[in-house]
Design a protein around this ligand. Structure first.
Ligand code: SF4
Length: 438
């Protein structure tokens, strides 16, 4: 039996490989491989290798295209990121005919690429079973069911058993290895070895988050938290290191939750390894959970930078953030990190902007506050995400039909622009944050 994994190309107004990797399909590929499948990979999200930064990030290859009909009238540059349809067709001709094809999805407003890919695959391999999984399928199940006619099965991220049952039924085989997607100690390592080179490997040490920020999908995606054992994580790090990998990217949402029994033992063990790692955390760490020892251990374990969420400052937007961060927690965290040896420009505060009825002056105030610490400041533009309380409460207040058409959930479109926070305000704030950054 042969399985083909495809990380589809996408369309957007802007995209950059900020340490993203198709860890979901690669994990499923590893499970199938343990069940005796031959597994192949086509990753359409190619980057410009000559522009890759030392830390592993890189721009995608890009081609400008027309905006799709639902977005007609939007005066912004729209592009395809990664392979063209023809390049993918060529690549498909060079893989052995698959029995099943697994296509991953990510952001809800990226569904057009996967849709084209699924139709192309079905036209070239009519007998193959085409299976769609990932975040978009989980968050927009009904839209996906209506839109992806070329797919034989949709698998939300929390229902991998649907895939196991489907394979057993369609191919009359019993899979001997069917782990839960949430049992982090039983899952095989994602099959990054299918790439000719591995610039970095994402690590997942936990699922879920104890907080309930109303804009965030994590509580819906992972109603319970789960943490991985230190031994299993160290084995994986050593495995990749023997293949030459030095850069690792933490994908956790709440790495520091229950830190005394989880993060601290892991960080101590990483610090004691006989080789040096470079660690990055594109998802913010919780500032309130950083104590003096944690800051020191982050540094000795190999974190090259620390990103913190500043969106929870109570006087800013507390109704949406579960009150997870008080100013004094933030100030203390910065102080510990600097004393542990993190340079100013290796500490970044994320500020969430564009929330429903947020006023631009609140954000300017937060930028001024963060700037007093001489750290980097990055604005994270809000995307309305289905299945979140904030989406449900404000979906009718957006300036686009965000519920009917996921393309309008794109943060570049600034769906919750209003007279108190216009696109001009946003441009000003982006420049202002750059100026005031370390
Ligand atoms: S703390 Fe972060 S991961 Fe947790 S619910 Fe809030 S935004 Fe989501």
């Amino acid at each position: 039996m042969r399985a083909l994994l495809i990380n589809p190309y996408t369309y957007d107004f802007a995209a950059y490989n900020f340490w993203s990797a198709p860890i979901g399909p690669l994990r499923v590929g590893a499970i199938l491989r343990q069940n005796g499948f031959e597994v192949y990979l086509i990753d359409c999200m190619k980057v410009r290798e000559e522009k890759r930064k030392d830390d592993g990030r890189a721009p995608f290859i890009t081609q400008r295209v027309q905006v799709p009909p639902p977005l007609s009238g939007i005066q912004k540059t729209f592009s395809r990121y990664g392979f063209s349809r023809d390049e993918l067709a060529q690549a498909l001709l060079h893989v052995p005919k698959p029995d099943i094809v697994l296509i991953g999805t990510l952001f809800t407003y990226w569904y057009l690429g996967p849709k084209e890919v699924s139709e192309l695959v079905k036209s070239l391999f009519p007998k193959a079973r085409v299976i769609l999984g990932g975040l978009y399928v989980t968050l927009c199940r009904q839209h996906a069911t209506r839109s992806f006619k070329a797919c034989d099965l949709l698998v939300p991220h929390n229902a991998i058993w649907l895939l196991y049952e489907y394979i057993a039924r369609e191919f009359s085989i019993k899979l001997p290895f069917t782990p839960s997607a949430f049992d982090l100690d039983s899952l095989p390592y994602p099959c990054f070895d299918l790439y000719p080179q591995i610039p970095f490997v994402p690590l997942v040490t936990s699922y879920g988050c104890p907080f309930r920020c109303t804009f965030c999908a994590t509580p819906f995606l992972f109603p319970q938290t789960a943490q991985r054992s230190k031994g299993s994580l160290l084995d994986e790090v050593s495995h990749w290191h023997t293949l030459g990998v030095e850069k690792f990217v933490l994908y956790d949402d709440a790495f520091l939750y229950r830190k005394e029994v989880h993060a601290k033992p892991i960080l101590r063990a990483l610090s004691d390894l006989p080789f040096k790692l470079q660690l990055f955390n594109p998802n913010a760490l919780h500032a309130r959970m950083i104590d003096e020892e944690t800051a020191f251990l982050l540094r000795t374990a190999g974190f090259r930078e620390v990103r913190l969420g500043l969106e929870g400052l109570p006087r800013l937007i507390s109704p949406h953030t579960d009150g997870k961060l008080a100013e004094r927690d933030f100030e203390r965290a910065i102080d510990y990190l600097k004393r542990a040896g993190f340079p100013d420009d290796s500490i970044t505060a994320y500020l969430l902007v564009g929330l429903p009825f947020q006023h631009w002056k609140e954000v300017k105030h937060a930028i001024d506050y963060a700037a007093t610490f001489h750290i980097r400041i990055e604005l994270a533009e809000y995307s309305p995400i289905p299945q979140t309380p904030l989406f449900d409460a404000f979906r009718t207040h957006a300036r686009y039909p965000i519920e009917a058409e996921p393309l309008f959930q794109n943060n570049t479109l600034f769906p919750f622009s209003w007279e108190g926070f216009t696109e001009e305000h946003l441009s000003f704030l982006k420049a202002y944050a750059r100026d005031r950054s370390a």
